[in-house]
Design a protein around this ligand. Sequence first.
Ligand SMILES: [Zn+2]
Length: 158
Amino acid sequence: MRLHHHTIASSVVSVMLFVYFKSWGLAIGSFISGIFIDLDHIIDVIREHGWSIKTKDFFMICNNGQFDRVFLYCHGWEWSFLFLITAWVSGWNPWLLGISIGLIHHLILDTIYNSSNPYSYSFLWRWKHDFAFDKIFTKLINLKYNYRKQISAEINKS
Ligand SMILES: [Zn+2]
């Protein structure tokens, strides 16, 4: 799912949380984690494509699945549930609960939008599959290779 979609979804969820619970911690925690979890894409892009990537290329790489391996360190159901358990142990600290809500709704949306397999957003499951993009994001394989064909055709034309 794209960044502007996550920003809209996080805004809606956070406003709803604030309206219902009147908690800034809950609302802000959810808003921030629901968007900034995607910062882990930067690590994968730099690892596979180097440091010289421009912002425009960064989004083209991410939106067209241009990866051989994807670690996505922050995308993990495991981390969401760890935050949820930590929130519970802390007596439902609103910031910790908000962060877990933000992570969970982000991963649900990513699962629906990017992958037919909910395990794709399990860090342990990705690890078991050696973080191989083609094994993890089977729904995006056509997008990935069609984009590569398109780029090759454009290079051959010029
Ligand atoms: Zn994401």
